[in-house]
Design a protein around this ligand. Structure first.
Ligand SMILES: Nc1nc2c(ncn2[C@@H]2O[C@H](COP(=O)(O)OP(=O)(O)OP(=O)(O)O)[C@@H](O)[C@H]2O)c(=O)[nH]1
Ligand SMILES: [Mg+2]
Length: 380
């Protein structure tokens, strides 16, 4: 059994379960994104395991043979966190974690939702987003919640905590979680009601609002800063922005400033528990008159990501008119940009799509053209 030691950067192992017939490229895309999420969290991916499986194993999600292989690897590599990249039942995660107690009681087993929730946790700044995360976690963790709290990894690298009391008093704790959840829901309801009133009042006073939406890391905050002259944090990692911020879009041509909001980015396979919790974060965007769907033009999976965002917007019933903003054009050639524009036009024929604009939020290229389009929309 390995000795638990102090660590500075948690060591991660990714387990990717893929259907037997899936393409290699799909696997690579999935793995790349999980890797990015782990980087954002502050972890280091040490090794990966691939399991070809058409149906998840009811007991462990992965096959029993793979669990043995996993134990060996965790021991050899000194793994702190195992991420099973999928929507895994909490009972399955708990059982895999229990199997790993043979190696170390400090190894945690997360699925994709746990990973995203832990990143959200690092970035949450408002009372509301902190409560939303607490609630989503309570809903998602199930029986694993008994080991949570003390097993949190800190980004500063404080290391992994100690294991909790295990499965004793489960009924009592389950009841306690229910009571806690109800309390959080009540608090949130109050906060959201106040927020609703605030948003409504603000919208009545100004013109707009215009909401920036898009895949995580598309450059929404960079564009927000360029449009409003603010200096909000932007970052290479995913989910830098968690709470919605509103600013004023300024231009000498506007009679009145137009309100613009920046919010959390979307990601593929966004679990319903997260969509639910962030509906209120997205309140400004959902009530906006115009959406700017910000797209990273240099992303190799551009069409897939546009699809993800459009589908989430559809599920949130956000059917407002929108402008597609192809951002980061400083990173691609003119030919590539033309090709992309025509591909997008072919792929997304929708009457809600007003136009496709091309900008670089970083160097300001074509920003005035975009401002003009927004102005024309609100003049109508
Ligand atoms: N080259 C280039 N990089 C850009 C441009 N716009 C944004 N970026 C970079 O892309 C990364 C992500 O930018 P953000 O503005 O944080 O993206 P976001 O969509 O707000 O991301 P989340 O809040 O994490 O969802 C940062 O490293 C930016 O510097 C651009 O026009 N050109
Ligand atoms: Mg952002």
């Amino acid at each position: 059994m390995r000795q638990d030691k102090k660590i500075t950067q948690p060591k991660f192992l990714i387990i990717q379960v893929i259907p037997k017939k899936s393409k290699k490229i799909d696997l690579e895309i999935e793995l790349r994104e999980t890797q990015q999420l782990i980087d954002t969290y502050g972890g280091r991916v040490v090794t990966r395991m691939i399991q070809n499986l058409d149906h998840p194993h009811p007991n462990f999600y992965i096959g029993a043979g793979k669990v043995e292989e996993l134990k060996k690897l965790c021991d050899e590599e000194g793994i702190d966190v195992v991420v099973i990249n999928g929507m895994v039942k909490s009972g399955q995660l708990f059982r895999v974690e229990k199997e790993l107690w043979e190696v170390s009681t400090k190894i945690m087993v997360w699925d994709r939702i746990d990973l995203i929730l832990n990143i959200f946790d690092q970035h949450a700044t408002t009372v509301e987003s902190k409560l939303q995360i607490k609630l989503a976690r309570a809903t998602h963790m199930g029986p694993r919640i008994y080991g949570l709290g003390k097993t949190e990894l800190s980004r500063q690298g404080g290391g992994v905590g100690t294991r909790g009391k295990g499965e004793t008093n489960i009924e009592f704790e389950r009841r306690q979680i229910k009571i806690d959840q109800q309390k959080i829901k009540k608090e949130l309801k109050k906060l959201i009601k106040q927020k609703h009133n605030r948003v409504r009042k603000r919208n009545e006073m100004g013109i707009g609002p215009v909401a920036l939406v898009g895949y995580t890391s598309a450059g929404k905050t960079t564009l927000f800063n360029t449009l409003t002259g603010k200096e909000k944090e932007m970052n290479k990692g995913l989910f830098t922005t968690l709470d919605t911020v509103v600013g004023k879009l300024k231009s000498p041509n506007f009679k009145q400033p137009i309100l613009v909001s920046d919010t959390i980015g979307f990601i593929s396979n966004l679990p319903p528990v997260l969509i639910d919790s962030f509906k209120s974060t997205l309140l400004e965007s959902l009530e906006a008159k115009l959406l700017l769907h910000v797209i990273d033009a240099s992303d190799p999976e551009i069409l897939e990501k546009i699809d993800v965002v459009e589908n989430i917007l559809k599920s949130l019933k956000a059917n407002q008119p929108r402008i597609f903003v192809l951002n980061k054009i400083d990173l691609i050639t003119k030919e590539k940009l033309l090709e992309l524009k025509s591909k997008i036009k072919e792929h997304f024929i929708k009457d809600t799509l007003l136009s496709i604009e091309t900008v670089s939020a970083e160097n300001g290229q074509n920003i005035d053209i975009l401002k003009n389009k927004i102005n024309i929309f609100f003049k109508k």
